[in-house]
Ligand binder design. Sequence first.
Ligand code: RB5
Length: 146
Amino acid sequence: MKIAISNDHTAVEMKKAIKAHLMDRGIQVTDMGTDSPESCDYPIYGEKVGRAVASGEADLGIVICGTGVGISMAANKVKGIRACVCSEPCTARLSRMHNDSNVLGFGARIIGIEMAKMITDAWLDAEYEGGRHQRRVDQLMEIENR
Ligand code: RB5
């Protein structure tokens, strides 16, 4: 399993903690930055992870900014990406099971590192159910072609 991860300046410490957590789980992590606390623009980093996942370079992606919103929006602009912002594990789990989310977002100014780890684990431990959800996921992705 390969995961691409990125963040803006608000989330350097949280990114490092989640990266270490992923590696502890035996996951190969591609860190797409930033490692600097200097103010930067989250769209650049959301797009990087979106493109890594859409191209197959990574299986899944994790993006972190202050709220998780802007960087997830950026990832979602890449064709093939289904990113969702989560502040608790239940939404993360269901986003995999029902929506086949392929990028997870969270906010370093919204949740703490322990909650971020719990959300990450819930997301990684869940599996897409397919079945009745596939039609809806297909419809979601067809929007990109209109
Ligand atoms: C940066 O100040 C902040 O706007 C950004 O981290 C994020 O929360 C945007 O959605």
